[in-house]
Design a protein around this ligand. Structure first.
Ligand code: 5GP
Length: 205
């Protein structure tokens, strides 16, 4: 019988408006072994976002209590709000062999790199800054001040893209999805993640 591998921890970062949510929703639709961790945030829900599905929307007091309890795997402040990954569900999924994606910003990604050196980190890039701005405006979920602040943070984040293992350019969503799936496929085939494979082949004469 094939021994079960631990799941792979995958980090997806990229500037606000570059299409991380769209890529991820399509990824999980076609890959049953991949789940996206639901983050906790103190920002208010936007558009049709659902509590418990898109985020756990909480108060600052509650978030700070969770930090103090040590329940957060990582957290960061982004544009005046806390965002963080609850630790227990991620560990449970990884231990059951599920591959878990964290859709987080660059400070959180740096923390995960320290905690999980075998995590795979991917940076989603827009084809250009002009396209990024156009997409954020078309989304229409932010007022002008928030939008320009998000663009500014996005530029700073792009400057840190070289800290990541892989990049994917989100020009056409189909291509971005294929690239992302290819990265995950290659990672699944790494010898270091499949220590038992050689013994299994030898014992299966
Ligand atoms: P948004 O408000 O657009 O949903 O998210 C703002 C930024 O916070 C995005 O870059 C998103 O990836 C990031 N983010 C979402 N959840 C988390 C999290 O749990 N931890 C960290 N560090 N960043 C997060």
């Amino acid at each position: 019988m094939k021994a079960m591998n631990k799941g792979i921890l995958i980090v997806l970062s990229g500037p606000s408006g570059c299409g991380k949510d769209t890529v991820l929703s399509q990824l999980i639709d076609s890959n049953e072994d991949i789940k996206v961790s639901v983050s906790m945030t103190t920002r208010k829900p936007r558009g049709l976002e659902v509590d418990g599905k898109d985020y756990y929307f909480v108060t600052r007091e509650y978030f700070e209590k969770k930090i103090a309890e040590g329940s957060m795997l990582e957290y960061a402040e982004y544009n005046g709000n806390y965002y963080g990954t609850p630790k227990a569900p991620v560990d449970e999924m990884l231990n059951s062999g599920i591959n878990v994606v964290l859709e987080i910003e660059v400070q959180g990604a740096a923390k995960i790199r320290q905690l999980y050196p075998d995590a795979v980190t991917v940076f989603l890039l827009p084809p250009s800054l002009a396209t990024l701005e156009k997409r954020l405006r078309e989304r229409g979920t932010e007022d002008e001040e928030t939008l320009s602040h998000r663009l500014y943070i996005g530029e700073q984040e792009i400057l840190r893209a070289s800290e990541f293992d892989y990049y994917v350019i989100n020009d056409k969503i189909r291509d971005a999805l294929t690239d992302f799936e290819t990265i995950i496929k290659a990672e699944k085939l790494k010898i270091t993640r499949n220590k038992n494979i050689i013994n299994e082949v030898i014992n299966n004469v």
